[in-house]
Design a protein. Structure first.
Length: 489
């Protein structure tokens, strides 16, 4: 009986069916021909001899491995191509304790033979590519179980296989190379079981462990596959047309879920323009999209200071740079909507903006951040009120019609300038800062865009933040607001 037949006939488990005959009588026929210029550290080939490595397994000899119900025969060259491993330790121990004329025992392992087909191809020098998340975790678990260091390293650096919604995705790891996009859901969440090569299953007691724990394929069933596909499209550097605000909200919601902070900042609604009159770049942002880390204060800029303000001391404008995206801060124009702003227009230029609801909390937090950037204690009105001004450059829409901002903000007359009667509720009596009663008109702002000016007026104890109106859409009465309502379709 030949040596090969003697090896295949001795199984550790007698109930296993008799294995098929060897595929080739000559075990050397399937071995690659070594070349002189191959780097031993590369995984693209198998060398007959590896410099600096000592092994007891001859490259030409065939060793039997029974995985489940299938018998595999691998040469010593294939087994030692990814070593040290479970296989090299087993067969080297057999060689040490087996006499020259005795056959090598078959190694029996109760694992999935289908997965081992891929591992055998890997040992024979082929590149193994996982097909999906299920295939990946099974291949990874068995690579760890067999202690195959090169295959484990390959799987660590391969793409991330994950199911989002009802679709499988293959996500390259280098796609998160942009600032702010890493760490994220995939590099953190995916690394729970694949944290490091040294500790693949953190916290697992390996004493007496017969097999690795089962790993569920990575999946996020609660997110949209279509939205995630669009995020990948953006991460690859391609432009994406945002259909409407609902579409933008979907993209931003999943950006925040997957912790793609850099991509999120690129997707938020914004507009960057150059203002030739002010000779500066401006960025328009919504209040809810402003991050404290992007706020800065630029002092003593030679911008058109409204003539209604006499200034001295600390002066300047609030600037903003989107985190991870903008390298240079731009002059901030803040858009505040949601009908949560009321403009109180009083006598003696005591015009104040009052905020309500969530807008009040956001404005309060913004003013605190600006105060910290200025470095000087600011005068902040109670109840999150801020002084505002309108000048000749302000675009004002009042009750749905264009209006003169300077005239409307300074006059106390109640004449109907735009054809809509002023309701009694639009005029109230309030106490001003000096405790004197004055008549105040109220405008309910639908949407407003404001520059933030920090300045100290003559006679004031410190600087304050002034909202300089850029564009305002406001109502003077409930009737005017109702006129803009639409019926549900």
């Amino acid at each position: 009986m030949s040596s090969t037949n003697r090896q295949s006939s001795q199984l550790l488990t007698p109930s296993i069916p008799r294995p098929p005959p060897p595929l080739s009588k000559n075990p050397n026929s399937s071995l690659p021909t070594p070349t002189r210029n191959v780097d031993p550290s590369l995984s693209s080939g198998i060398l007959r001899e590896r410099p600096g490595e000592q092994t007891l397994l001859p490259a030409e000899k065939v060793y039997p491995i029974q995985i489940g119900t299938e018998l595999f025969r691998l040469s010593g060259a294939s087994i030692t191509s990814d070593a040290p491993s479970y296989f090299t330790r087993f067969f080297e121990d057999q060689v040490r304790h087996t006499e020259e004329n005795q056959s090598i025992k078959t190694l029996y392992i109760d694992r999935d033979p289908t997965i081992f087909h891929d591992i055998a191809r890997h040992l024979q020098g082929y590149y193994v590519q996982p097909l999906d998340g299920t295939h990946y975790v099974r291949l990874f678990a068995d690579a760890q179980f067999y202690s195959l260091p090169r295959l484990i390293s390959q799987l660590f650096s391969s793409e991330i296989f994950i199911q989002i919604g009802d679709r499988n995705f293959q996500v390259p790891r280098d796609i998160f190379s942009s600032p702010g996009d890493s760490p994220n859901f995939f590099t953190l969440g995916f690394g729970v079981f694949f944290a490091s090569r040294e500790e693949i299953f953190p916290g697992l007691d390996r004493t007496g462990l017969l097999r690795p724990p089962s790993i569920a394929p990575p999946s996020v069933p609660s997110r949209s596959a279509n939205v995630f596909s669009q995020l990948l499209h953006l991460l690859r550097g391609y432009p994406l047309r945002i259909e409407n605000e609902d579409h933008r909200a979907e993209l931003l919601r999943d950006c925040r879920y997957f912790h793609l902070r850099g991509l999120e900042q690129k997707l938020i609604a914004h507009e960057i323009t150059y203002n030739p009159e002010r000779q500066t770049l401006e960025i328009l942002l919504r209040l809810e999209d402003v991050k404290p880390s992007g706020i800065s204060f630029v002092q003593n800029e030679n911008k058109n200071i409204p003539s209604s303000l006499s200034v001295n001391g600390t002066t300047g404008w609030v600037h903003y740079a989107r985190p991870f995206v903008d390298e240079t801060p731009l002059e901030l124009i803040l858009e505040i909507g949601s009908d949560h702003t009321i403009l109180n227009l009083g006598s003696n230029s005591r015009n104040q903006a009052v905020f309500h609801g969530l807008t009040k909390a956001r404005v309060s937090a913004l003013l605190e951040v600006v105060a910290g950037k200025v470095g000087t204690p600011l005068i902040i009105c109670a109840d999150t009120m801020a002084k505002f001004i309108m000048d000749t450059n302000t675009d004002l829409t009042l009750d749905g019609k264009p209006a003169d901002a300077v005239r409307e903000a300074t006059t106390m007359q109640t004449a109907d300038h735009i054809g809509t009667a002023t309701s009694p509720e639009s005029k109230k009596r309030k106490l001003d800062d000096d405790g004197l009663e004055s008549v105040v008109r109220e405008w309910k702002v639908r949407t407003g865009q404001w520059r933030l000016r920090v300045q100290q007026e003559a006679g004031k104890s410190g600087p304050e933040i002034v909202l300089v109106a850029v564009k305002v859409d406001a109502f003077t009465s409930e009737r005017a607001k109702n006129a803009r309502r639409k019926f549900l379709s």
